[in-house]
Design a protein around this ligand. Structure first.
Ligand code: GTP
Ligand code: MG
Length: 366
C-alpha cells in the first residue's frame, strides 16, 4: 500500500513539475535529508616527534606522634611518602606510528606519608607503547635508545623517591624527631622519537611506478593502488614467506620525485624507514623513461644519505606487460643489470624474489 501511495505521489509531482516549467517558474532544489558525514577524512601519520617526559614527584614524609590512652607520648609514627612514577617507552608491534604520543608525558606523583606509620602509595609508571624500531635521541641528537625488539623498554624519566617520615629518624638519642623529608622531584627530559620501520628491503620509486601493486602481488599487505600519484602516504610493510620458513619484510615507501631532497612532493623524510634495510629495490615505471627515473632516484637517495646509497640494490623495471614497458626494459637491460617484471600480471616475480633473498642472505649486511 505504502509503495503504491509513493508511486502516486511521484506521478503527481512529475505532472506538477512539468506544469511549473511551462509556466516559467524555477523549480526549488531539494536538499538531501541524509546528514553529512562528520568523519574526518584527513589522514595523519606521525613518524617523528619531540616529547617532554616528566617523572612524578615523590610524596613528602609525615611528621606525627602517637598519643595512646595508656601512653601519652608513644613516639613518632610519621610514614614515608610514596615514590613518583617513571615514564617508560616500550616497543610493541601493535603500534605503527607515533600518532598517539603526546608532546608532554607526565607521570603521577607519589602519595604523601600519613600518621600511624602509613606509607604513601607509590605512583604507577606510565608505559608509552611505541612502534618496533623506534630510535630515541636526546636533545643533543645523540642516539640514547633503539627499541628493536618486542617488549624492549627505555626509561625516559625517573620518578622522584618518596621522602621519609619522622619514624625513620627515631634513634636512641633522638626519641622525638621533628624532621621528615620532602619527596624528590621527578626528572624532566626532552627526547626526539623517530620510527624506522623494521624492513629488510625498501621499495623506492616514482609515484605510480607500481610499488603498492608489487607489494600486494608478493605479500599479504594491502596498500591502496590507484592510477594517481601519491596514493601511498605512509610506509606499508609486507612479509614474503620463503619455503625454508624465513620471512623477508618489504617496505612500500611513498614515492620520490625530482627535487624530493628540497622537500618537493612528500619529501625524502620517509627514507628514514629505509635506513635499517639491508637492500633497496629501485622500482622503475617501464612506460616512462626508466633510465632517467633511475638516475633521479639514485641522486635523491644520495642526497638523503651517502651510506644509504651504498647499500645493495636491485633495479627492477615494472609494467613490461605494456609494449612501451617491454621496449624500454630491453633497451635498459643491454646497459645494466635489471629485472623486468609486471606487478599487475605477476610476470617474472619469481626472479625478483630470488634476488631479494640473495640480498637478504648476503653475510656482510647482516
Ligand atoms: N599495466 C600495468 N599497470 C600497472 C602495473 N603495476 C602497477 N600498475 C598500475 O599503475 C598504477 C599505479 O600503481 P600503484 O601501485 O598505486 O603505484 P605506486 O608506486 O604505489 O604509486 P604511489 O603510491 O602513488 O607512489 C595503478 O593504476 C596500477 O594498476 C603493471 O605491472 N602493469
Ligand atoms: Mg602506492
Amino acid at each position: 500500500m505504502k509503495l503504491l501511495g509513493l508511486f502516486r505521489i511521484l506521478t503527481i509531482n512529475t505532472t506538477t513539475v512539468c506544469r511549473q516549467y511551462s509556466s516559467d517558474t524555477v523549480p526549488r532544489a531539494l536538499r538531501s535529508l541524509k546528514a553529512k558525514s562528520t568523519k574526518n577524512t584527513v589522514q595523519y601519520y606521525v613518524d617523528s616527534c619531540r616529547v617532554r617526559t616528566i617523572g612524578g614527584n615523590g610524596g613528602d614524609g609525615c611528621i606525627s606522634f602517637l598519643h595512646a590512652w595508656c601512653k601519652d607520648q608513644a613516639g613518632p609514627n610519621g610514614g614515608d611518602g610514596g615514590h613518583g612514577g617513571h615514564v617508560i617507552f616500550q616497543a610493541t608491534h601493535s603500534k605503527k606510528s607515533l600518532n598517539h604520543c603526546n608532546s608532554v608525558i607526565q607521570a603521577k606523583h607519589g602519595e604523601k606519608g600519613f600518621s600511624k606509620d602509613c606509607d604513601g602509595k607509590n605512583a604507577q609508571h606510565i608505559i608509552v607503547p611505541v612502534p618496533l624500531g623506534t630510535i630515541i635521541r636526546n636533545e643533543l641528537g645523540q642516539v640514547v635508545g633503539d627499541l628493536q625488539e618486542e617488549g624492549m623498554m627505555f626509561l625516559a624519566a625517573r620518578g622522584g623517591a618518596g621522602g621519609r617520615g619522622n619514624k625513620f629518624f627515631l634513634t636512641d638519642t633522638e626519641q622525638s624527631p621533628l624532621i621528615a623529608e620532602y619527596g624528590a622531584e621527578g626528572e624532566t627530559n626532552h627526547y626526539y622519537l623517530e620510527v624506522r620501520s623494521m624492513a629488510h628491503m625498501g621499495l623506492i620509486g616514482f609515484p605510480n611506478a607500481g610499488k603498492s601493486t608489487l607489494l600486494r602481488a608478493i605479500t599479504r599487505a594491502r596498500p591502496t593502488v590507484a592510477p594517481y600519484p601519491f596514493t601511498t602516504l605512509r610506509p606499508h610493510i609486507g612479509m614474503i614467506p620463503y619455503d625454508d620458513y624465513e620471512q623477508v619484510a618489504i617496505a612500500d615507501l611513498p614515492g620520490l620525485i625530482p627535487g624530493s631532497h628540497k622537500n618537493y612532493g612528500l619529501g625524502i623524510q620517509f627514507l628514514q624507514h629505509a635506513e635499517r634495510c639491508r637492500g633497496l629495490i629501485f622500482l622503475l615505471d617501464g612506460s616512462d623513461n626508466p633510465k632517467e627515473q633511475y638516475e633521479i632516484l639514485s641522486h635523491e637517495v644520495k642526497q638523503y644519505s651517502e651510506q644509504l646509497s651504498t647499500r645493495p640494490r636491485c633495479i627492477v623495471v615494472n609494467k613490461i606487460d605494456v609494449p612501451e614497458g617491454k621496449k624500454s626494459y630491453q633497451e635498459l637491460s643491454s646497459e645494466m643489470q635489471v629485472i623486468g617484471i609486471s606487478a599487475k600480471t605477476g610476470n617474472n616475480l619469481s626472479e625478483l624474489l630470488s634476488v631479494v633473498r640473495k640480498i637478504y642472505d648476503s653475510d656482510d649486511n647482516k
